[in-house]
Write a protein that binds this ligand. Structure first.
Ligand code: PLP
Length: 357
């Protein structure tokens, strides 16, 4: 069976096997990681190794903190203005889809939002170019979504913001390609795509931005409190953290981000070329903004959608329905989705088109 779910998404099989082997008796300590005190040397060791492996994989500079937080990426939509307005009254947001819109809605509770560019007019089928960004030099920060999971729209460049801190929701593309972390003030990502189980959220933030939160900010939402306490101000999502550590170790074994990015490019390229050459299928996204992680597609005749989903499931290709807000199909091909899964999907799509075309 191959799982193309957008999230919670497929995890690497060796990671699940390791978790199963560890489940009842981690390293012969007689207990599960789920049952360990987060202050124990064993768990602190697990936590520190996970952080170091992530730092190695992403080449995170020393002047950045890595936080293991709870509440998913959606809680960050609120925490970002609380932590990053730093006395300013406006923030820039680039609107490229449903997740950007949710981030904007939360920011509006705290400040004036300048939508620096929006592709809503073309139903979120592209990302704006650098020249199209109407950035405000007085903005506290610029927020964008490098990869919009629902529309399958990915930026092919990192916005230049002339010194204004750049904040990126990397939920569905983190660790899928090499990025220069130093270009960002903050990167965050819900774990349930390329990292581990849902609930955990990784925040990577430049240290000079810690502190100076909006008055009334709850302690748990203050990045500085989290950083000062190694993300253990309270009981952290310890089992998710451990699983994330297993995923990071697995990724290192695959050769790191550069190696997995090559596989990801190959997977995406073959799926898009199949869609483009087969008149039975279509993808509406501008070619240079096509996501390498989330590939939405439609059937030429949407009356066949249900039959497509039923047949694909029967063929062992799971979770191909598009997001409920847009319909159609979507294949999410994150790091853990092997190339042979994409080959199997293409073979199935080809067969289905022949039978129903
Ligand atoms: N941002 C992006 C780009 C997403 O794909 C998602 C979806 O999972 C979220 C934010 C919301 O994440 P969470 O469900 O962890 O709050």
């Amino acid at each position: 069976l191959y799982n193309f779910c957008a999230g919670p998404a497929a995890l690497p099989v060796p990671v699940l096997a390791q978790a199963q082997a560890d489940l009842l008796n981690w390293q012969n300590k007689g207990l599960s990681v789920m049952e360990m005190s987060h202050r124990s040397p064993e768990f602190v060791g697990i936590a520190k190794k996970a952080e170091q492996d992530l730092r190695d994989l992403m080449v995170i500079p020393d002047n950045y903190s890595v936080l293991f937080m709870q509440g998913g990426a959606s809680s960050q939509f609120t925490m970002i203005p609380m932590n990053l307005l730093r006395g300013k009254k406006t923030a820039d947001y680039i609107n490229t889809g449903q997740w950007s819109k949710k981030a904007i809605a939360e920011a509006k509770r705290f400040c004036t939002v300048n939508v620096a560019a929006s592709t809503e007019g073309n139903h979120f089928t592209s990302a704006p170019s650098q020249e199209e960004l109407n950035l405000n030099p007085e903005a506290a920060y610029v927020h964008y979504t490098p990869n919009e999971t629902i529309g399958g729209v990915q930026f092919d460049y990192i916005p230049e913001t002339n010194g204004v801190p750049l904040v990126a929701d990397y939920s569905s593309a983190i660790l899928s390609e090499e990025i220069d972390v130093s270009r960002f003030a903050m990167i965050y990502a819900g774990a349930q795509k390329n990292i581990g189980p849902a609930g955990l959220c990784i925040v990577i933030i430049r240290d000079d931005l810690l502190g100076d939160v909006v008055e009334g900010t709850p302690t748990m939402f203050d990045y500085k409190v989290m950083a000062d306490n190694d993300s253990m101000y309270n009981t952290p999502p310890s089992y998710g953290w451990y699983l994330a550590g297993l995923v990071f170790a697995w990724l290192k074994e695959q050769g790191g981000v550069k190696a997995i990015a090559e596989v990801n490019q190959r997977k995406a390229k073959k799926l898009y070329s199949f869609i483009d050459t087969n008149p039975f299928y279509a993808n509406p996204v501008a070619i240079n903004n096509r996501s390498s992680m989330n590939v939405p597609f439609t059937l030429v005749n949407s009356d066949l959608d249900k039959a497509f989903l039923a047949a694909s499931e029967k063929a062992g290709l799971l979770n191909l329905a598009g997001h409920r807000s847009v319909g159609g199909m979507r294949a999410s091909i994150y790091n853990a989705v092997e190339e042979k899964a994409v080959d199997a999907l293409i073979a199935f799509m080809d067969e289905f088109a022949k039978e129903n075309g």
